[in-house]
Design a protein around this ligand. Structure first.
Ligand code: ATP
Length: 837
C-alpha cells in the first residue's frame, strides 16, 4: 500500500476523518495547559532522553537522513526515538516519559520493540504493513491506538490494555466482527472502509463496519453489509459502551419484531437505525422477550376477558360479590410438593358444609391415584384451547409443559351450593386471579426446609431431576416474592409436617368462619383449640341427616381477637352479624346450647329444598335456563361474615345485610331493556341479556352481544335462550377471522344499559373489530400494539380490544361507594345485590 507520507511525516490533520480525538480526561497532559515542572527530569530509559541519547545527539540532521530506519520493516529504536512526543509523567508518576509515539509510513511489519516502551499511552502507526498487533498487549497504559492503513485481518487481536479507549483500524483487512467484551474501556472504534481496496470476495464480506462518532461516550457502528441473523448481533452486544447502532438496509430488518429484538439484546442502545430509542420501547422489548410474571398474568387476564366478551350472556350470580363481601374463596398457593392440594382436599373433607373444592382443568395425564373431575378435569390440549376460546377460563398457566386453568364454572359450581371455594395454584395463577373481580384470601404454603421438600418430591417418584430442580428454585422465588410484596399473601403457613400445616390452616379457617371450639370472649389467645379432635367435635352437626346442610358447632367467638395474618396486611377478622340475622339461623346443638346457621347455609338449604321440590315434581328446567343459570341471588357473604354470632354482633342490632334477592329496584331500572325474565317455581329469575349495567357482568356480555349478534331489548326469553354456545361460537369465530361481527352485530351491541354503557360500547366495539388471530397463551402479543397512541403501528384492532380489556373502565363510574372495600380502588367493583326484604 502506498503511503501518502513516504518520508514518515505523518500529519494527522491531512488524514482527515481518521483523526483520533483525545477527549479523555486521562490525557490532560495533552491539552496544552501542561506546565513544565521545575524538577529534575529523570528518564526511565536513557534512550528516551533525546538529549542524553548519544546516538541522537551525535548524529547530525544530514547524517540522520542517511540512516535507514527500521530496515526490513522491523521497528528499531531510532525510528521509535524519532516518533516519540508528548513529554509527561508516567502513569505511576515516577518518571518523565514520552507518552506518544507516532510512526507512520515506514512499511513496518514488526513492531515488537514497542513492548519496551510500556509507558506509552498513544500509539500511531498508520500506513505500515503491520498484521500483528500483539506487542500492544504489553502496553498496559495504552489509551489510544491508530493502526489504520495496515494489513490487520483480525479485530483487536491482542491482550486488551485495560484502559484502551479509542481505536482506529480503518483501511485494514478485517473480515469478521468479533466479541469485544474484553475491551472493557473501548468507547470508540473506527472501522472506516471508504475507498479501501477490499480484496475479499463479496461473499466473505459479512461486515464492513463504518464508524461515525455521535457522542463522546458512544461506541457506534454503522454496518453496511449483510447482517442476516439476529445471533450475529451477539458479536457486538458485549461492547460495553455501544450506544448507537445502525443496521439500516440490512436484511435483518426483515425479521419479525426486529427493532425490539435488537433493543432486547443490546439494552444500552440510545439510538438504533438513526432513531432515538424510547423508554417504552425498551419496556416493550423486555415484555416481549422476557416478560415479568405480572405482565404474563395481565396478558392471561386480557385474553380470558376478551374471549369471555365473545360469549353469550352469562351471569355468574352465585359468585357476585356483595358490596362489602366478595364471594368467599380460599386460594392455597405454593410450590409443587408443598402439600397445598392435600390441605385443600382435607379442608373440604372436614369442613364440607363450608368449603367446596374448585377443580381446575389440566392437560396433564391423570395419575393412577387421581380421579378425573375431582383432582382435575383432565382434558386434551385441543379441548383446553377450545375452552379458552369459549371464554370459560378466568386464568390459565403453563407449568412443566402442561396447561392448568381454573374455569369460572368450577367456582360457580361450588358457589351454587352455598359454599366457599378452595383452590390451589402456582403463583402465576394468583397474579392473574388478582386481576379479576374475585377477591380470595391467599394462603402461602411453603416448605420449611428445602432438603425435606426435595426428599418429598423425590419420594413421589414422578418428577424428573430437572423438574425437581425447578420446583426447588421456585420455592425460593416464593420466599422472595413474599418478601418483596408484603401483603400479597394473606397468610403464610410454613411447615414440613403436613399435619402441622393442616392444624395451622384449620385454626385459621375456623377463625375465618368465625367458629371455634370454645368461645373465649375474654381471653387473649384467639383460640383454645388444643387438639384437632376437640375442634372436630365442635363441628358435629345435628343436621347431618340433611344432605349437604351442615350445622355449626358453636357460636363464633366474636369476643376473641381475630387471628392476624403474618404479613399484617389483612386480618381474618370475624364479622359483626346483625342481631336479627343472628336469630334467624339459630339452632341448637345436642347439648341445647344455642348455635346459628350461617347465611351461606341458609341459602344452601333453600336452594336444595327448591331443587328437591323440582325433582319431586318432575320439573326439568328448559335449556335456556341451564345455559343462563340464574340462581337466586345468593352472593354468599364472605364466610368471615356469615356466622360469628357473638356478643359483638348481637350488640350491633342493625338490620341484616343484603344477602340474596332478586335484583333491587335500582338494578331493575338499569337492566329493564336488556333483561329477559323467566319464571321457575315461583322464583323470578332475572336473566340479563346483552349487558347489565348494574351488575357489571354486562360489560362482558354486551361485548358478546354486540359482536355476535344484536340482542334486542325486547328479546323474549326463548329468543335469548336460542343464543346457544355453538351459534355464538360461529359468530365469535367470524369476529376472530376478520371483524365481520362489527357490521353484522351492529358493533357496540345492544346491551350495556346503565352507567357502564360507554365502556360496554367500547369493549364491544373493540372485540367486534376482530381479533384477527387467536389470542391463545402460546402466542406472543406485541405490547407495542397496545400503545398505538404512542405512535407505533397497530394494524389490527386486537390490540385495541386487548388494551380496552387491560384497562377496563369502572363498571359504574358514579358509584359513590366504589372505594368501599379493600381493593375496590384497584378493580372495578360490582355493585351490591339488593336485599330481598
Ligand atoms: N389453575 C391453576 N393455575 C395455576 N397453577 C395451578 C392450577 N391448578 C393447579 N396448579 C398448580 O400447578 C402445579 C402442578 O400441578 P400438579 O397437580 O401437576 O402438581 P403435583 O405434582 O400434584 O404437586 P402438588 O401436590 O403441589 O399439587 C401445582 O403446584 C398446582 O398447584
Amino acid at each position: 500500500m502506498e503511503s501518502p507520507y513516504p518520508d514518515g511525516n505523518y500529519d494527522p490533520v491531512l488524514d482527515g476523518e481518521n483523526i483520533l480525538e483525545t477527549e479523555t480526561d486521562i490525557l490532560k497532559l495533552d491539552d496544552g495547559n501542561f506546565e513544565p515542572v521545575d524538577t529534575e527530569i529523570t528518564f526511565e530509559n536513557e534512550k528516551m532522553d533525546p538529549i542524553k541519547d548519544e546516538n541522537n545527539s551525535a548524529i547530525g540532521e544530514e547524517e540522520q537522513d542517511e540512516i535507514e530506519l527500521s530496515p526490513g520493516g522491523v521497528l528499531d529504536e531510532e525510528t521509535i526515538a524519532r516518533g516519540l512526543s508528548n513529554l509527561g509523567r508516567s502513569a505511576t508518576g515516577d518518571y518523565q516519559v514520552y507518552l506518544d509515539v507516532t510512526i507512520p509510513g515506514f512499511s513496518l511489519t514488526d513492531i515488537g520493540l514497542l513492548v519496551e516502551y510500556e509507558h506509552i499511552q498513544k500509539v500511531e502507526i498508520p500506513y505500515n504493513d503491520i498484521s500483528d498487533l500483539s506487542p500492544l498487549g504489553k502496553l498496559k497504559y495504552l489509551l489510544i491506538l491508530d493502526a489504520s492503513h495496515n494489513n490487520i485481518e483480525t479485530l483487536l487481536d491482542f491482550e486488551p490494555p485495560k484502559n484502551l479507549q479509542v481505536v482506529n483500524l480503518s483501511y485494514n483487512k478485517i473480515k469478521e466482527m468479533k466479541d469485544l467484551s474484553a475491551h472493557k474501556s473501548l468507547r470508540k472504534l473506527v472501522l472506516d472502509i471508504m475507498t479501501i481496496h477490499w480484496t475479499l470476495a463479496a461473499s466473505d464480506r459479512r461486515y464492513k463496519l463504518v464508524h461515525r462518532t455521535l457522542t463522546a461516550s458512544s461506541l457506534c457502528y454503522r454496518v453496511k453489509q449483510k447482517v442476516i441473523d439476529i445471533v450475529e448481533i451477539n458479536h457486538i452486544k458485549e461492547a460495553k459502551h455501544l450506544r448507537d447502532l445502525n443496521l439500516l438496509r440490512n436484511p435483518i430488518q426483515e425479521l419479525p419484531d426486529y427493532r425490539l429484538s435488537i433493543l432486547f439484546r443490546i439494552r444500552r442502545l440510545t439510538s438504533l437505525d438513526r432513531r432515538l430509542v424510547k423508554e417504552n420501547e425498551k419496556v416493550a422489548a423486555v415484555n416481549m422477550f422476557d416478560p415479568p410474571m405480572e405482565v404474563v398474568a395481565a396478558r392471561d387476564h386480557i385474553m380470558h376477558v376478551v374471549y369471555s366478551f365473545l360469549q353469550p350472556s352469562r351471569v355468574w350470580d352465585s359468585t357476585l360479590p356483595n358490596i362489602e363481601t366478595p364471594y368467599p374463596m380460599l386460594v392455597l398457593v405454593g410450590p409443587q410438593g408443598s402439600g397445598k392440594k392435600d390441605l385443600a382436599m382435607k379442608l373440604v373433607d372436614e369442613f364440607g358444609d363450608y368449603f367446596g373444592y374448585g377443580t381446575s382443568h389440566s392437560t396433564r395425564r391423570a395419575r393412577p391415584d387421581e380421579v378425573a373431575g375431582k383432582d382435575y378435569y383432565f382434558v386434551s390440549l385441543e379441548k383446553f384451547e377450545m375452552d379458552i376460546k369459549m371464554g370459560q377460563f378466568i386464568q390459565t398457566y403453563q407449568y412443566n409443559e402442561n396447561w392448568y386453568g381454573l374455569q369460572m364454572e368450577s367456582i360457580e359450581t361450588v358457589a351454587r351450593e352455598g359454599l366457599a371455594c378452595v383452590v390451589h395454584m402456582e403463583l402465576e395463577g394468583v397474579l392473574t386471579l388478582k386481576n379479576t373481580y374475585l377477591e380470595p384470601r391467599y394462603v402461602l404454603i411453603l416448605p420449611l426446609n428445602s432438603e425435606d421438600h426435595e426428599r418429598r418430591l423425590r419420594e413421589r417418584g414422578i418428577y424428573t431431576e430437572e423438574q425437581i430442580a425447578r420446583t426447588l428454585k421456585r420455592a425460593d422465588m416464593y420466599v422472595q416474592h413474599n418478601q418483596e410484596h408484603p401483603g400479597f399473601f394473606d397468610m403464610m403457613i410454613c411447615s414440613d409436617d403436613i399435619s402441622e400445616a393442616y392444624r395451622q390452616m384449620r385454626r385459621l379457617v375456623m377463625d375465618y368462619l368465625g367458629v371455634s371450639a370454645t368461645t373465649p370472649a375474654s381471653t387473649a389467645a384467639p383460640y383454645t383449640i388444643t387438639d384437632t379432635r376437640e375442634a372436630t367435635e365442635a363441628f358435629q352437626t345435628p343436621f347431618a341427616a340433611v344432605p349437604g346442610v351442615g350445622g355449626v358447632g358453636s357460636v363464633g367467638g366474636a369476643g376473641g381477637p381475630a387471628l392476624s395474618n403474618q404479613m399484617g396486611a389483612r386480618t381474618w377478622s370475624k364479622p359483626s352479624i346483625p342481631d336479627s340475622l343472628s336469630q334467624r339461623g339459630t339452632t341448637r346443638v345436642g347439648s341445647g346450647a344455642p348455635v346459628s346457621r350461617g347465611i351461606v347455609e341458609e341459602e344452601s338449604i333453600k336452594r336444595r329444598h327448591s331443587a328437591a321440590k323440582d325433582v319431586v315434581s318432575g320439573y326439568v328446567p328448559p335449556l335456556y335456563e341451564q345455559l343462563l343459570t340464574s340462581y337466586p341471588k345468593t352472593a354468599p357473604q364472605s364466610v368471615d361474615q356469615q356466622v360469628g354470632l357473638g356478643e359483638d354482633a348481637a350488640q350491633q342490632g342493625s338490620e341484616p345485610r343484603a344477602l340474596s334477592a332478586p335484583l333491587g329496584e335500582q338494578q331493575q331500572t338499569t337492566v329493564t331493556s336488556a333483561t329477559a325474565t323467566t319464571t321457575r317455581g315461583g322464583n323470578q329469575h332475572q336473566t340479563p341479556r346483552g349487558g347489565v349495567g348494574a351488575s357489571g357482568v354486562g360489560v362482558g356480555t354486551s361485548g358478546a352481544g354486540g359482536g355476535t349478534r344484536p340482542l334486542s331489548a325486547d328479546s323474549s326469553s326463548s329468543d335469548a335462550s336460542s343464543s346457544t354456545n355453538l351459534s355464538d361460537l360461529d359468530s365469535a369465530t367470524e369476529l376472530q377471522q376478520g371483524g365481520k361481527g362489527r357490521s353484522k352485530g351492529g358493533g357496540a351491541g345492544k346491551g350495556g344499559v346503565g352507567p357502564n354503557n360507554n365502556s360496554t360500547t367500547n369493549n364491544a366495539g373493540a372485540v367486534g373489530g376482530g381479533t384477527s388471530r387467536g389470542l391463545l397463551p402460546t402466542e406472543k402479543v406485541n405490547p407495542l400494539e397496545l400503545i398505538d397512541e404512542q405512535g407505533y403501528s397497530s394494524a389490527n384492532s386486537r390490540s385495541r380490544a386487548a388494551a380496552d380489556a387491560a384497562h377496563p373502565r369502572p363498571i359504574s363510574a358514579n358509584r359513590p361507594d366504589s372505594a368501599a372495600r379493600p381493593g375496590s380502588d384497584r378493580h372495578a367493583v360490582l355493585p351490591p345485590i339488593q336485599n330481598a326484604a
